[in-house]
Design a protein around this ligand. Structure first.
Ligand code: GTP
Ligand code: SPV
Ligand code: MN
Length: 593
């Protein structure tokens, strides 16, 4: 096939990749449907994809990854900068030259007998002032087809790059998928990414975490913008006004669900509507009017499958009914459809996520892996915002942080100002989930839900947040909030119904932004008056007493929390901004008995 570009930097790099990887053949991904269809057919013929029931799930496929390769590997993810200090203490570090040598040694000639696919992709609509471009070479059709859903790919991207040398160089090599040789490496100074010995989404769909967060956060630091692990949603009021907010929750803590929620009936009847702009990543910058604007650089949803159902998230489910790739879910052999925990009617005649015979009625084993995922095109989402492709993004009223905290964190509270908001984000903690390898349910600090994704030093990242605030007029600054849907009672039950009912909290948040409701000032920030959270239609599920408990501040627990934050800041070293230490001192003084 002919090259699709005359860009010398691209052609030289591709030639260099060919020399290193020794593929039998090079295929440029042009973005045509015919090419993608042919690749899917090829993947079906080799067993890499299982074609699902065309009537029930048109153009949908199942893929299983190696059982050792089912989540992001934070322990094997590296930021490779000339000095250790640049990466900060939260990131793993290796020196660039040694790393290239190590990785090139592992992947040398590993494409022998295979095809090298060259994927030009854009993060953000092609041509938007926010957008950035990259190329990923891969030996995996699964990666090509996922990138096709998750990003804008092909000839228009090469045309937009033109003769520029400003694009991200990405190398993916599946090799033998050996976990001991698995490396996910970002080289921010070189605009370079390597994903080696893995085929799991977050490790190898480089547009997502590697580029749109790790590399992009580094670019944002130097270009005065932000790349955040945030959903973007719009709430439409009965009068037609739409207000947008961004929310950062750690992996598998509810971004996709919040971004697509169905308003409770009492709101729907009044004419409230919710619109999805993004479910995982936001690129944020100041607009010409001085307000902050957010854009979703992705083109699809790589969502957690288990728990997604008609009740919890009908919009996500609808998004997966066509053109979707399912990874590590169970297969229903009776009708060749898929299944995961949280759906009704577990198949009796099924295969589990590893392809073993599995009876969903009798088995005590899980059918789907807890971090099984769907890759669904955004256009399928029934509540996709009309502003989704707006090249300028949407104006942001609020930044919302949140995590899984069984105790302590109230349902919602508001920061006093920008710097206090940055303090709240910087000190977030959450229970770990199956989205990354390692123990599940352990509380750890996860600042701004970015712990695994900051492409440089954490203290410097906090400073960047503070610096951005200084560039925005106070009356145009988004307001900061913290939410917690995961508070548990003494019996271990969630106290808040969550999902669609979270709109009740968003309603309060946006009312605060509009100055339409007052609040109670406490030691930790502004809390709602319990009567200002609309419980209409929810009276049977949440009592006023329970709500009051979810909106209370336990000073003793907060004093312990402040100790934990101090320990965390100490572990981050000298770059933690003095402003945030002052915020911590204020909290400590306020909650001291
Ligand atoms: P990543 O894609 O890993 O970044 O995850 P995410 O933040 O998009 O999380 P997602 O919305 O996929 O939710 C993850 C899990 O949390 C699912 O099992 C959901 O069912 C559950 N969940 C989401 N929202 C809520 C909620 O409001 N309450 C409760 N109890 N669980 C929720
Ligand atoms: C996350 O883990 O935050 C995800 C899934 O969104 S992954 O793409 O694997 O990072
Ligand atoms: Mn995520």
């Amino acid at each position: 096939m002919d090259n699709l570009t005359t860009n010398k930097s691209i052609l030289d790099w591709v030639a260099d990749r060919v020399a290193l990887l020794s593929p039998d053949k090079v295929v440029w991904i042009d973005g045509s449907r015919e090419q993608i269809e042919a690749l899917k057919a090829e993947a079906v013929s080799t067993g890499e994809f299982i074609k699902l029931n065309e009537e029930k799930l048109p153009d949908c496929y199942l893929h299983r990854t190696d059982p050792s390769d089912v989540a992001r590997v934070e322990g094997r993810t590296f930021i490779c900068t000339p000095t250790r200090e640049e990466t900060g203490p939260l990131n793993n570090w290796m020196a660039p030259d040694e790393t290239y040598e190590l990785l090139d040694g592992i992947i040398k000639d590993s494409y022998k007998g295979k095809t090298m696919y060259v994927i030009p992709y854009s993060m953000g609509p092609v041509g938007s002032p926010f957008s950035k471009y990259g190329l990923e070479v891969t030996d995996s059709i699964y990666v090509v087809c996922n990138m096709d859903i998750m990003t804008r790919i092909g000839q228009p991207v090469l045309d937009a790059i033109g003769s520029s040398e400003d694009w991200i160089k990405g190398t993916h090599a599946s090799c033998d998928c050996d976990p001991e040789k698995r490396y996910i490496c970002q080289f921010p100074q070189d605009n370079t990414i390597y994903s080696v010995c893995s085929c799991y989404g977050g490790n190898v769909l480089q547009g997502k975490k590697c580029f749109a967060l790790r590399i992009a956060s580094y670019l944002g630091l130097h270009e005065s913008w932000q790349a955040e692990h945030m959903l973007i949603l719009g709430l439409e009021y009965p009068n037609g006004d739409i207000k947008y907010l961004c929310a950062a929750f750690p992996s598998a803590c509810g971004k996709t669900n919040l971004a697509m929620l169905v308003p409770p009936e009492v709101y729907r009847k009044k004419g409230y509507k919710l619109w999805t702009v993004g479910d995982d990543i936001a690129w944020i910058r100041k607009g010409p009017d001085g307000r902050m604007y957010a854009l979703n650089p992705e083109y699809g949803f790589f969502g957690v499958a288990p728990g997604t159902n008609e009740k919890s998230n009908p919009n996500a489910l609808a998004a997966t009914r066509e053109g979707t790739i399912f990874t590590n879910v169970a297969l229903n052999l009776d009708d060749n459809t898929i299944w995961w925990e949280g759906l009704d009617n577990a198949p009796e005649n099924g295969l589990d996520w590893q392809g073993q015979p599995w009876n969903g009625k009798t088995s005590t084993e899980k059918g789907a892996y807890p971090n099984s995922r769907f890759t669904a095109p955004s256009r399928n989402c029934p509540c996709l915002s009309s502003e989704y492709e707006n090249p300028d993004g949407v104006p942001v009223e609020a930044f919302v942080f949140g995590g899984r905290r069984a105790k302590l964190a109230p349902l919602v509270y508001q920061a006093r100002d920008w710097n206090h908001g940055v303090f709240i984000g910087s000190s977030m903690a959450s229970e770990t989930t199956a989205a990354a390898t390692g123990a599940v349910g352990v509380v750890r600090r996860d600042p701004m839900a970015m712990r695994p994704f900051i492409g440089y030093d954490c203290g410097t990242y906090f400073q960047h947040w503070l610096d951005i605030g200084k560039t925005v007029d106070v009356d145009k600054q988004p307001k900061f909030f913290n939410v917690n849907w995961f508070r548990k009672d003494d019996e271990g039950h969630f106290m808040w119904p969550g999902f669609g009912d979270n709109l009740r909290v968003l309603d309060w948040i946006l009312k605060r932004c509009a100055g339409e409701v007052d609040a109670v000032e406490t030691e930790i920030g502004f809390l709602p008056k319990p009567e200002d959270i609309n419980l209409e239609g929810l009276e049977d599920e949440v009592s006023m007493d329970a709500l009051k408990e979810m909106l209370s501040v336990d000073k003793k627990l907060w004093a312990e929390e402040a100790e934990g934050i101090e320990e965390f800041y100490d572990s981050l070293g000298s770059t933690v901004p003095a402003e945030l230490k002052d915020q911590l001192a204020k909290l400590k003084a306020a909650v001291a008995e």
